[in-house]
Design a protein around this ligand. Structure first.
Ligand SMILES: [Fe+2]
Length: 417
């Protein structure tokens, strides 16, 4: 994160003597990324290091390692209907990875219950961003509590210990994982680390964790750590993991409302980088760009074609989650929660007469809402869970474009109006 934050109490000079409880030396921990070179935070534990295990680590009672069908190696676009996946388990145990690569994974979690009482999760191998398609509740983390609601991103740095509790009967998450830290797109910030006046995102619109009083409790506290390609190791701490007196730094979980991505319009069609919110890794050499397709006025040039062009981005796989059905280029094909996967090894385009129909939308604001992720130099594969919920007709859904061109609704009769 570009915004340095502080919660609770920390000594003003790092690595100096500090007591929250008289006579009990507080203990400092650095939570770092890119070794000691990337964004980091300084955490002050009330009395214990986070290394105190009271029983030997063991295999967890669940597993998040993806499997792949034989068809995963067949080059084709995919449409996965995540709205048809069941609500089940909790936010972690119910996670189903639908597309996975060496450094990035996308999953769906549709929990119908809280995580088991006094158990915690830690992704030890990938940073995470949850996009909330539905539901409300709280991410309780060692950095504090983050309330979530529909249409927000919840960013959780790799190594953060947390649990998810629901206020609603169920929730629906798109979960993005990356080996690299996930941050706002760096080109939006000036040399002082402040969002420029032309940026679609403003760093001060993030929602920060609220740190409750520290838990100074002894006992056995299980933390299920994801490690080794999705396998779970159960670690048992001898003290409550939420024992911070305070923290400060630039690496912490936060919430960002997708509607705080303030879209920028152009007279003619705008390429997806205009919609970028987050980046992971060293784009465009590795990692991904994460884009928010929020309502934006479509091009108003008198001959503008609002529908996108066909594109063949050979170094990127495109992964897109549709929050509603209002995305013009896929109308009639998608439903709420549709997830499309277009491998970079093949071009893709709007379906059928979408370009022609879009002429009527010139200069209007679409109610669309979608999240898109483009990987760089990383080929993704559909998983067994993704394959189980795919639309088998999707690869043929462009075939209708061979039909004779015909008038296509209001506005077509005078396209240059
Ligand atoms: Fe595309």
């Amino acid at each position: 994160m570009v915004l340095i934050a502080k919660r609770g109490t920390v000594p003003p000079t790092p690595h100096t003597e500090f007591y929250a409880i008289p006579g009990v030396l507080a203990l400092e921990e650095i939570h770092g990324s890119y070794g000691f070179s990337g964004p980091w935070s300084r955490k002050v534990h009330v009395r214990s290091y986070p290394t105190e295990q009271v029983s030997a680590p063991c295999r967890g009672d669940f597993d998040l390692a993806p499997s792949f069908p034989p068809e995963a190696d067949l080059l084709q676009p995919h449409h996965i209907r995540t709205g048809r996946m069941p609500y089940e388990k909790d936010a972690v145990r119910g996670r189903r990875t639908v597309v996975s690569g060496p450094r990035t994974a996308l999953s769906i979690a549709k929990p119908s219950e809280d995580m088991p009482k006094d158990t915690f999760f830690r992704n030890g191998e990938r940073h995470e961003v949850y996009f909330v398609q539905d539901g409300e509740g709280t991410f309780r983390t060692e950095y504090g509590d983050l309330r979530f609601r529909k249409d927000v991103y919840v960013a959780i740095p790799k190594g953060t210990t947390y649990r998810v509790e629901l206020d609603t009967d169920h929730a629906w998450f798109l979960v993005v994982e990356s080996v690299y830290p996930i941050q706002f797109a760096p080109q939006y910030f000036n040399k002082a680390g402040q969002a420029t006046l032309m940026s679609p995102v403003v760093e001060t619109e993030v929602e920060l964790p609220e740190l409750p009083p520290y838990r100074d409790e002894r006992g056995e506290f299980p933390v299920d750590a994801k490690f080794g390609g999705g396998k779970i190791t159960r670690i048992t701490l001898g003290h409550h993991p939420f024992d911070l007196v305070g923290w400060e730094g630039a690496l912490y979980p936060f919430v960002f409302d997708i509607r705080s991505h303030h879209g920028i319009a152009r007279e003619i069609h705008t390429a997806p980088p205009m919609h970028q919110t987050f980046q992971s890794g060293n784009v465009p050499n590795n990692g991904f760009s994460l884009c928010s397709f929020v309502p934006v006025m479509q091009g108003w040039h008198p001959k503008e074609v609002p529908a996108p062009y066909a594109h063949f981005n050979v170094d990127s796989d495109e992964l897109m989650f549709f929050c509603n059905m209002a995305y013009e280029a896929r109308k009639g094909v998608i439903e709420e929660g549709s997830f499309t996967f277009h491998p970079g090894a093949a071009p893709h385009s709007p379906q059928g007469q979408a370009a022609l129909k879009s002429l009527a939308d010139r200069g209007t604001v679409s109610p669309r809402l979608a999240v898109m992720l483009d990987t760089y130099f990383e080929s993704m594969r559909i998983t067994t869970d993704g394959w189980a919920f795919r639309d088998p007709e999707y690869v043929l859904s462009w075939a209708e474009s061979r039909a004779p061109t015909q008038a296509a609704g209001p506005g077509w009769e005078s396209p240059s109006a």
